[in-house]
Design a protein around this ligand. Structure first.
Ligand code: ADP
Length: 248
């Protein structure tokens, strides 16, 4: 199966000799939910921008659904983003004067959806995030958690191949943050492919796959089964040690 996203040997050099990314390779398959985690300055935003075709790397290749995006013009890239990608931001980025459903419907503007279908599609997306009862509310009439759910509805209303979420819980308290993660998990269970960028290891550890960045390089790429096996092994080792230590 063609991966949703394939980044190979990607480097990003900024002026002044800053190497924000160094030989990064990452493949995301359809149906995955993963965290890209790392401390501040490790290259997460740079990688997110490259994965989202908002920036071009200085070296390496990027393919979305098997298409080499490096060869596309800016215009073709924005069309591809409008159809294939959905973005969720830490600060929601909803438009103040628009109701929740109108905000969600802006996610359809570049997806070639006829005007008459936009409202029903937006309401359907709001229902998926449990916010249909707030469809007429303005962003300032919604709580932080509700705003982020509206922003998530906007990111998936056009059924993108991949949703990129940049610190989606960063502006929320623990309860609302957990609810947003649960929602992303539920959407993933329904088939949406999602990459979450976070500096928070606790959040990353809740997701089925964790890619860890440090100084512009991927240092680990771990799947939940492996993490569970690792824990089991560690437990097994601890048990063995206990047995060894037990008096004869
Ligand atoms: P993170 O999102 O993990 O905090 P970034 O991708 O923002 O990391 O940054 C990675 C490195 O690249 C840092 O050293 C940062 O200072 C540098 N950097 C990011 N953007 C720019 C830029 N536009 N110009 C110069 N250096 C940059």
């Amino acid at each position: 199966m063609t991966p949703v996203l394939s980044v190979r040997g990607v480097g990003m050099a900024y002026g002044g000799g800053v190497k924000a990314l160094d030989n990064v390779s990452l493949t995301i398959e359809e149906g995955e939910l993963l965290a890209i985690v790392g401390p501040s300055g490790s290259g997460k935003s740079t990688l997110l921008h490259i994965m989202g075709t908002l920036d071009r790397p200085t070296s390496g290749t990027v393919e979305i659904d098997g298409e080499d995006v490096m060869s596309l013009s800016d215009r073709e890239l924005s069309a591809l983003r409008g159809r294939q990608l959905g973005f969720v931001f830490q600060q929601f980025h909803l438009t103040d004067g628009l109701s929740a459903w109108e905000n969600v419907a802006t996610g359809l503007l570049y997806a070639g959806v006829p005007r008459r279908s936009r409202r029903p599609r937006a309401l359907e997306a709001l229902a998926r995030v449990g916010l249909d009862h707030r469809s007429g509310h303005l962003p300032q009439q919604l709580s932080g958690g509700e705003r982020q759910r509206a922003a998530i509805a906007r990111a998936l209303v056009h059924e993108p191949m991949l949703v990129l979420a940049d610190e989606p819980t960063g502006a929320l308290d623990t309860t609302n943050g957990t609810a947003v993660l649960d929602l992303l998990s539920a959407l993933n269970d329904d088939g949406t492919t999602i990459a979450v960028i976070t500096h928070d290891r606790d959040i990353a550890s809740l997701l089925p796959r964790t890619v860890e960045l440090r100084d512009g390089r991927i240092v680990t790429d771990t799947r939940a089964e492996a993490q569970a096996e690792g824990r089991a092994e560690a437990q097994g080792l601890a048990d063995t040690q206990k047995v060894r230590k037990a008096p004869a």
